[in-house]
Design a binder for this molecule. Structure first.
Ligand code: GLU
Length: 282
């Protein structure tokens, strides 16, 4: 099926935006023009009758900027304090921007425990459903302020794939600072070839993807491939595209050939809870 026909069928979409895409690289401040465009496109997707969820990073980056902390904090409590400060600022801006278009956003902060605990997970799923039914746009982040090393997702690529699996989304779009997947690092190898489509994620592909990273977010290409594995197994297609130009999101939804698409192949043996707990038996 071509991309246009495929995308026309999509009903429930999770969009993830990374910290480096939300902020100006020169200063680390929020890029309001980009955020405004993102909000407009998300509202439009919702207005067209599709369910849409935003997974937004940026809490720590925005908190850092607010407190004028130039180095990436190493101390956990500083990082967690920055997240607490940045998350509210981020939501305040989203709330204002969505209000322009008469759209209501809602905040959902998750931890791995929320997902592992059966009742918490059921409640989270029911809340998402209720919000989407109400035409609200849930904005998700990890609850960075309270997580510990043992129970953190650590990066929002993984979190967004888990959210997609939880709510049975049929499409996950990662807005990144790169165009998609290359067969080598394009920053060091000018001959690196762009890959438009991946049908199956092989071990070779996984090892090829290691390496690409950025200063403000935590996700490199390896976390994106891991996210694709979860999303594809759960039955969602995943597209990585460059969020530097937010229009790419609209182009993906319209079915244009932008970014790299990882095709869904629902794995009946995939159970979110087993993935999270590492239990292969259950
Ligand atoms: N949850 C982190 C934040 O909001 C971002 C994690 C990531 O960059 O993937 O700052």
């Amino acid at each position: 099926m071509d991309r246009e026909a495929l995308m026309a069928q999509k009903k429930r979409i999770v969009v993830k935006i990374g910290s480096s895409t939300l902020t100006h690289p020169e200063t680390g401040d929020m890029d309001l023009v980009k955020m405004e465009r993102l909000v407009r496109i998300l509202t439009d997707i919702s207005n067209s009758g599709k369910d849409v969820v935003l997974v937004s990073s940026g809490a720590i980056a925005v908190g850092r900027k607010t407190m004028k902390i130039s180095e990436r904090p190493r101390k956990k409590s500083v990082k967690q304090a920055c997240a607490a400060i940045g998350q509210t600022r981020l939501m305040m801006v989203y709330q204002r921007l969505f209000a322009e278009y008469n759209k209501i956003p809602a905040q959902i902060l998750m931890t791995k425990l929320t997902m592992i605990h059966d009742e918490n997970r059921r409640n989270a799923r029911a809340t998402f459903s209720e919000l989407l039914e109400m035409g609200v746009i849930p904005i998700v982040n990890e609850n960075d302020t309270v997580v510990t090393d043992e129970i953190e997702f650590g990066d929002n690529d993984t979190l967004s794939a888990i959210v997609a699996a939880l709510i049975h989304a049929d499409l996950l779009v990662l807005l990144s600072d790169i165009d998609g997947l290359y067969d080598d690092d394009p920053r060091t190898n000018p001959d690196a070839k762009f890959i438009e489509e991946i049908d199956y994620i092989t071990d070779e592909l996984e090892s090829m993807a290691k390496g690409a990273g950025s200063d403000v977010g935590t996700g490199g290409m390896a976390t994106k491939i891991a996210a694709a594995r979860i999303a594809n197994d759960a039955g969602a297609d995943m597209v990585i595209c460059n969020g530097g130009d937010i229009k790419n999101l609209r182009h993906v939804i319209e079915g244009r050939n932008v970014g790299t698409i990882f095709r869904a192949h629902k794995n009946e043996n995939f159970h979110l809870i087993n993935y999270l707990t590492g239990n292969k038996e259950k």
